[in-house]
Write a protein that binds this ligand. Structure first.
Ligand SMILES: Nc1nc2c(ncn2[C@@H]2O[C@H](COP(=O)(O)OP(=O)(O)OP(=O)(O)O)[C@@H](O)[C@H]2O)c(=O)[nH]1
Ligand SMILES: [Mg+2]
Ligand SMILES: [Zn+2]
Length: 352
């Protein structure tokens, strides 16, 4: 599909975005979708084709969540300058790798998340739960895509394991290099639908993108045979238009994925544990040995899956730590801001 012949619905536009525009904006501005970002340079596609611009200087002071990320819709004026960011249907974010407790936006307005995992040593239920919690939290439909089925005999075993993660979870098994993926994944790749991919390095995300795209657009890495681990060949995030009409976002594998603000997602995914927890004696029970803990009692009588429970507690703890680090950072920024203001007013006094 050529970028110059696209309509807004082809790019994922719909009622949700339309209703955010005033009549005046509808007449004087143009919506464009962010296809790629490189520091402050934004690469967008609209009805008029592709265009690039730098973020306005004033925007650099905005909070991270108010800045555009891949998949966002922006309104631009007649001169091609961005005016404002439209509200999102969904947003993926994470704690940035490193120690400075920064939230990093990963993708906006995604409809479906392909959680890619391969049928080998990489397959790990607790890791899948982490991605599922993210998808559910963002309000995005998760689909488990099992790759490398050509290398194993018993794919059913993987399916059965994945099925218990969530009732009604869509699970598809593919050889990412084979054209059959076009047919298997088509229900989620129709015109205007946006799909994102997550998964460890080497599971075949770029290979999937290439097969769906039919031409080579992403560099493909070599997996070390010994441990089935790759080395994250893909380093940028960008949207690709699929021949089927959908849009696909290939993100770098998430090496240091940390949940940020996924409380709802964790609660939704582990509903069976949350239900039991309602019977704990204390409202704020952390299920770590407190008196009258219903979760502990259920675990002892094997009513709860021990692996799931352990992962639930781990994700909750991670969540708490992330919340604390963020709160601490905000406190520091606030007191720095206050100090700055004091210094400024002191200087003014001295001048007078
Ligand atoms: N046999 C087989 N090989 C596959 C399949 N999917 C991917 N591969 C191979 O696995 C290796 C890694 O695939 P990539 O597509 O680069 O993996 P990736 O998920 O994009 O990895 P990063 O970009 O590093 O995160 C390549 O050599 C692929 O050819 C599959 O379904 N079957
Ligand atoms: Mg890749
Ligand atoms: Zn408890």
């Amino acid at each position: 599909m050529s970028e110059t012949s696209l309509s807004l619905p082809d790019l994922g536009w719909g009622h949700f975005f339309q209703q955010q525009l005033s009549l005046e904006e509808w007449e004087t501005t143009t919506p464009v979708r962010v296809f790629a970002l490189n520091r402050h340079l934004v690469d967008c596609v609209g009805e008029g084709g592709r265009q690039k611009f730098s973020l306005p200087h004033a925007w650099l002071r905005y909070a991270v969540e108010d800045l555009p990320t891949v998949g966002d819709w922006l309104l631009i004026d007649k001169d091609g300058q961005p005016l404002r960011l439209l509200e999102r249907t969904s947003l993926f974010k994470r704690m940035a790798p490193g120690h400075d407790a920064r939230v990093q936006l990963m993708a906006a307005n995604v409809d479906t998340l392909f959680i890619v995992t391969s049928c080998n040593a990489e397959f790990n239920l607790s890791r899948l739960e982490r991605y599922l919690a993210m998808a559910l939290d963002a309000g995005v439909e998760p689909v488990i895509v099992l790759t490398k089925v050509d290398l194993i005999e018993d794919v059913e075993n993987f399916r059965v394991q994945a099925r218990v993660l969530r009732p009604g979870l869509a699970i598809e098994a593919v050889d990412s290099r084979d054209e059959s993926v076009l047919e298997i994944l088509r229900p989620w790749c129709r015109v205007g639908q946006t799909v994102a991919l997550v998964g460890s390095s080497g599971v075949g995300k770029s290979t999937l993108v290439n097969t769906l795209y039919t031409s080579v657009v992403q560099e493909i890495g070599v997996t070390r045979a010994s441990d089935a681990k790759g080395r994250h060949t893909t380093t940028s995030r960008s949207l690709h238009l699929l021949p089927s009409g959908g849009l696909l976002l290939d993100s770098p594998g998430m090496r240091e994925l940390q949940l940020s603000d996924c409380e709802v997602g964790v609660a939704t995914l582990f509903a069976e544990i949350e239900t039991v927890a309602r019977n704990c004696r204390f409202n704020d029970c952390r299920h770590l040995g407190e008196m009258g803990c219903a979760v502990a009692i259920a675990a002892e009588s094997n009513e709860l899956d021990p692996r799931r429970l352990a992962n639930y507690l781990k994700l909750k703890a991670e969540q708490e730590r992330a919340d604390e680090t963020l709160a601490e950072k905000r406190r520091k920024e606030k007191s720095l801001g206050k100090m700055y203001k004091r210094v400024q007013s002191q200087k003014r006094l001295e001048k007078e």
